[in-house]
Design a protein around this ligand. Structure first.
Ligand code: ADP
Length: 267
């Protein structure tokens, strides 16, 4: 009888502590939800005044550009750069706040990733040319994947942009896309390799954290927000994939993404 009573007592105590801890979590969860909503709402509200500021600066530049002194023109240029940086930051914050609350869901689609990769390399070419960086793309003729088209483009853009930003003039950046078939399932591999600054080993895990930057000043000068890789990681996780970095300081970095892409019928 004593043993049965003991087991009963233990069961009730365990159930009570589980119940109490669940109840205690409710206000904490609510407070997190409120914080997420606040960041999402604030970012959303900031977009309109920022786009008005941007177009007003364009108007001033177009209408009065010739009459401005060199100094005023320089101030105007700085203002435009800062507005652009802030717009980028606000849009990154909004993406992360929405991803925290599970919104938006991925829009799964079946598409060829190769034309998008060619287009992304084309857009990155201007920045690469300005630093005399050689940009190489290796892909099969076509690469049909199932995933969120816009998000996968955003992921490649973030990795390419970083590779060019953190590679000194005269370097090289390779974007490689491949697809590997393992039984019924295929895996998409995206590799972005650069010959840039590299990332010290102790920082390699933390670069995927929000606002983590190895060198704050350098990132800011490059127009970085410190949120790019956090967004990249979220996109990869949402596709049930993995992202890894291997890097040797002074020699370069390689970011490797693996994403399972299912046969069309299974999506
Ligand atoms: P940022 O906007 O600062 O580039 P990210 O989240 O994209 O933010 O990257 C975080 C940090 O990781 C960067 O500030 C930089 O220090 C480092 N980093 C990212 N990609 C590279 C790369 N290809 N080479 C060297 N450092 C990199």
């Amino acid at each position: 009888i004593l043993v049965i009573l003991g087991i009963l007592f233990l069961g009730v105590a365990l159930w009570l502590s589980y119940f109490m801890s669940k109840r205690a979590m409710i206000p904490i969860r609510k407070s997190f939800d409120r914080q997420r909503e606040f960041v999402a709402d604030a970012s959303h509200e900031l977009r309109t005044p920022l786009s008005i500021l941007n177009s007003s600066l364009d108007v001033v530049e177009m209408e009065d550009g010739d009459q401005l002194s060199d100094y005023s023109r320089k101030v105007l240029r700085n203002m435009k750069d800062e507005v652009k940086r802030m717009t980028h930051l606000v849009s990154d914050l909004l993406t992360l706040a929405r991803s925290d609350s599970g919104v938006p869901e991925l829009k799964l689609d079946s598409f060829d990733l190769v034309p998008s990769a060619i287009q992304l390399v084309g857009s990155a070419q201007t920045l690469a040319n300005s630093k005399e960086i050689k940009l190489n793309l290796q892909t099969p003729e076509s690469l049909i994947v199932n995933g969120d088209h816009d998000r996968l483009k955003q992921l490649i853009y973030i990795l390419l942009d970083n590779a060019i930003k953190y590679t000194p003039s005269g370097g090289e950046v390779d974007l490689t896309l491949t697809k590997e078939q393992i039984e019924k399932q295929s895996a998409l591999h995206i590799t972005v390799k650069d010959t840039g600054l590299g990332i010290p080993e102790e920082d390699q895990e933390r670069i995927f954290d929000r606002f983590y930057r190895v060198d704050k000043n350098r990132s800011r000068q490059m127009g970085g927000t410190g949120l790019g890789l956090a967004i990249a990681k979220w996109i990869v996780n949402a596709h049930h994939g993995t992202i890894e970095v291997s890097s040797i300081p002074g020699e370069g970095s390689t970011f490797s993404v693996n994403i399972p892409v299912y046969d069309v019928e299974e999506v």
